[in-house]
Design a binder for this molecule. Structure first.
Ligand code: HEC
Length: 546
């Protein structure tokens, strides 16, 4: 498949438009015919390919970065093709608007329209005339148009609800979004009346609910249909049962920021830029558990049986656990797959426990576990249970079984979370919202506070989805003031999964969980996000040029 795609992309390379050629120079440092771009820094340091790509310093949005004293200026169409007035401490950096020939001179000879020499690390580029024009055409297109879903008056936003989402979860999601956006729009009207005029900062937010039906394999297509009917600037959260893969891929394809949905099956195993997640979901649970098993199930040999239903999230988790334990030779992990429609009853469990494994991993939901009516006789196994399958273990796990049970979970332990959630409770109370689903309420309020903060820092006349993502990446942890259900939540360049770890905790006899446990961060499972290497820190250049 990949080969065919590669072949196809090569064979059409000759038909690339100038803007596409320019985009590839900008983002990948590659020229037509797959030759790397070559450039010189400080007269003698040769850089080529990815290191010479503009994205490396100016970011995907063209907004650049500020890092200590080092400023990489914005090179969007709007900033390049207008004169730059600079007052105060940065005086001396003003310059007239670029034109085609002066931009060529800047890129080739490193001289700006004032005759000032551009300082290192800005490279000098060796490009053919046609390549140079292609690059300049791409720069002319860089955020030249308002992004999808943005008008002078409104910022259109969407959220996603898929089939088979319980009514309670749906109400929790839409309740929080509606109230938050009502507040926001009331503020905006106040600002407008208060004489701030109709600044574009004060666009009202308009939410569209995208319902996706049927087979998850078709969700991407449906999403695109919604988007074509009503373009939006970003997708805020959402809730779904089933793999997020097609949604993820379509968001990347449409260059549409899709932020922090409630899904146990995100898709983070390829290069991506426009999506962000709270966790890697069920795969992260499997990785956390694998790490725990490696450290705790040490008396050799250990036989562990994992049980899951075919064609469901559990199957993904089971495959991941097999993969993660493949190298651990003293653990023998056996699979027991159950067809989706086969009932799991007391007889099934007797049979399972008769196999007398050392431990069991159950990627199964409440109703399947409810059928366990007896504790395993005569042996003392540990039973690992996934909290994304069983959100309320105390209500599900029979008292006799609790002393055997350990819960795998990615969110904060109840005792710790209680201390933080006051702010969320207050917010719900003030907005007359009943507590319906803690996960969705906590996640959606956190998402909205991050989005609102990032948005307020964007260059409003020159909005872009790329700028939004970069701004979210650069919010410092201290600005993550809203309580998060996930310990150590933080986003960054190349880090679009906010929380990387999880707990494996033994259940107590009364069904509660301990107050403390070790936070496990699985090794070697960093997601792959496309990033520019300079952007390790502080803020985007947008701030300084506002
Ligand atoms: C290694 C980092 C780096 C790379 C790669 C890089 N730039 Fe720059 N660029 C800079 C820095 C730093 C400046 C500011 C230099 C100054 O003002 O003295 C700059 C300045 C510029 C300017 C002048 C902006 C102005 O307002 O006068 C333009 C235009 C520009 N870069 C375009 C590009 C393009 C197009 C590419 C890719 C083909 C690129 N740069 C690649 C770091 C980089």
């Amino acid at each position: 498949m990949l080969l065919i795609l590669l072949w196809a992309s090569r064979s059409i390379a000759s038909a690339e438009t100038p803007v596409e050629i320019g985009r590839r120079i900008y983002r990948e440092g590659m020229l037509p015919g797959d030759k790397p771009v070559v450039a010189l820094i400080q007269g003698d340091i040769v850089v080529s390919g990815q290191r010479a790509a503009c994205i490396h310093c100016h970011q995907r949005s063209g907004y650049g970065v500020v890092e200590g004293n080092q400023v990489v200026p914005p090179i969007t169409a709007r900033s390049l093709f207008q004169p730059r007035p600079v007052q105060g401490s940065r005086a001396g950096l003003e310059r007239p608007a670029y034109r085609h020939d002066s931009l060529r001179r800047a890129l080739h000879d490193g001289i700006n329209p004032n005759g000032r020499t551009l300082q290192a690390p800005m490279p000098r580029y060796v490009l053919e005339d046609s390549e140079m024009s292609a690059l300049i055409q791409y720069l002319q297109s860089l955020t030249a148009n308002p992004p999808a879903g943005v008008t002078n008056e409104a910022l259109h936003l969407a959220t996603i609800v898929t089939d088979a989402v319980p009514a309670q979860q749906r109400r929790a999601l839409l309740g929080v979004l509606d109230k938050y956006i009502q507040d926001k729009n009331a503020d905006i009207r106040l600002m407008q009346r208060g004489g701030f005029g109709h600044s574009q900062l004060f666009r009202s937010w308009q939410l569209h609910v995208w319902e996706l039906h049927g087979n998850p394999a078709t969700w991407g297509e449906q999403l695109e249909q919604h988007f074509r009917q009503q373009p939006v600037f970003a997708v805020l959260g959402g809730v779904g049962n089933g793999s997020w893969r097609e949604i993820h891929r379509r968001c990347e394809h449409l260059a549409l920021p899709c932020l922090l949905p409630n899904t146990d099956e995100p898709f983070t195993s390829q290069d991506y830029f426009y999506s962000m997640y709270f966790t890697r979901g069920i795969e992260q649970e499997a990785d956390v558990l694998a790490q725990h098993l490696r450290e705790h199930e040490i008396s050799a040999p250990r036989r562990i049986v994992q049980i899951y239903r075919k064609e469901m999230a559990g199957e993904t988790a089971a495959a991941r656990l097999q993969h993660a334990l493949a190298e651990v030779h003293h653990i023998q992990l056996q699979d027991r797959a159950v067809a989706g429609n086969t009932p799991i009853d007391a007889v099934f469990w007797q049979d399972v426990f008769a196999s007398r494994a050392d431990s069991y991993v159950l990627w199964l939901a409440d109703n399947d576990l409810a059928a366990i009516d007896k504790q395993p006789d005569k042996h003392n196994p540990t039973i690992y249970i996934s909290s994304s399958h069983v959100p309320h273990p105390a209500a599900t796990i029979q008292p006799a079984l609790r002393k055997h049970t350990s819960i795998v979970q990615l969110h904060e332990l109840p005792a710790m979370w209680q201390q933080q959630r006051t702010r969320l409770d207050n917010w719900l109370r003030v907005h007359q919202l009943a507590q319906l689903d803690e996960r969705i309420e906590a996640n959606t309020t956190q998402l909205l506070s991050l989005f609102n903060l990032a948005l307020s820092h964007l260059q409003q006349e020159d909005l872009s989805g790329e700028q939004l993502i970069e701004r979210l990446e650069h919010l410092t942890p201290i600005t993550h003031a809203w309580p998060s259900r996930y310990p150590q939540f933080s986003l960054g360049a190349g880090q679009h999964v906010g929380s990387q770890g999880g707990y494996v905790v033994p259940m107590r006899a009364d069904g509660s969980l301990p107050h403390e446990a070790r936070w496990i961060i699985p090794q070697g499972t960093q997601p792959r996000v496309q990033k520019s290497e300079t952007s390790s820190g502080i803020g985007t250049a947008a701030n300084n040029h506002e």
